[in-house]
Design a binder for this molecule. Sequence first.
Ligand code: T4K
Length: 384
Amino acid sequence: MSVTKTTHRIDRKVVRDDVLHVGAPNVGDRAYFDQLVDQIFERRWFTNDGCVVKELEAKLRAYLGVKHCFAVCNATIGLQLAYHALNLTGEVIVPSFTFVATAHAAQWGGLTPVFADVDRDNHTICPQSIEALITEKTSAIVGVHLWGNPCDTKAIEDLARKHGLAVVYDAAHAFACSKDDQMIGNFGDCEVFSFHATKFFNTFEGGAIATNNDALAERLALIKNFGFAGMDTVVDLGTNAKMPEVCAAMGLSLLPCLDQLLEKNRHNHQLYRAHLEGIAGLRLLTYDHLQQTNWQYVVIEIDESRFRVSRDELVARLHAQQIRARRYFYPGCHRMEPYQSMPRHQNLALQNTETLCDRVICLPTGSAIDESDIDRVCRVIRGY
Ligand code: T4K
């Protein structure tokens, strides 16, 4: 593909109403995107492993420093593929404090999600909680790098080795994040990113599975395309997990802008920190500065007893001012269907999960949010 453009600028033109969203999409170089889309029309090749998807996959492999990376239509299907490709059976241990897709993907695959608690500070799955749930039916641990905060990968992978379990990471939030100087994408048996519109890096809808395991990659390549190993030969139970060319074009037009987007998010986070510092009963989740993070989530915890207003009342006040703050991930997967109606998920003692479900609010950030927006959000939080 010959694209001559060399400077890429993020597009920040938004036809704004007064509403501030958590997850307003980042847009990369619009002119480059248009150029790629023109070429897609000229070639009349819209999906099924086209050259734009191949270029995106190659660039993702290079960026992540990983051997294999498959673009897929979304992370939920990506997780289903990962669980299937690893031949998981029986029970998989997942956190309850996550987007419900982590658990649903397992349930769709005929697996039983078993809900673990999370770490009180960084909100990722708690290794002690995992260990207590391992039985002879357990086949995998699924960690979620929530808000881009990496899981305790060493403790998880030690446990997995000890008990002969697979490890999958739901890295939906963690594109462009690192741990121990390795990009997320290189941990566990495989990691699954989401490139949904609301994510740091988006392809409208989409995702990717990254792995350094050759055999697993071979199987993933087959099952993301119905199991075809040639024009008429189907060798495995596959599904349709393909990313269309136009989605990959969106990704290619954002990739050269990652540094600008990281910087914008980091700056937004710093502003929030400055505005919210010293408020009794409010904790802003921070990130480990030794590692790269995408700063995509501005997460606060409200302790009603000290903040003197409940989390839900604060959310209502923000919404009344057209600030669509979100209670992610209330009320926890174990309190959602089909899980909450299943006897095994009732009376779970997930103390940190319950606390966080009562306290967490996500605030708007990203390239569509500017300094005056942050000022507006923080004024509502401060109560003036
Ligand atoms: N694992 C984890 C940990 C996840 O967080 C997710 C997805 C997944 C797995 C599964 O990934 P995918 O299969 O989706 O690739 C949204 C997203 O739909 C979902 O992708 C995301 N997590 C989740 C955290 O957020 P909702 O139901 O909250 O979406 P919605 O429509 O309420 O939009 C969120 C906010 O973004 C709204 O305030 C509006 C704004 N928005 C949204 C879109 C789509 C925009 O401003 N523009 C847009 O185009 O789930």
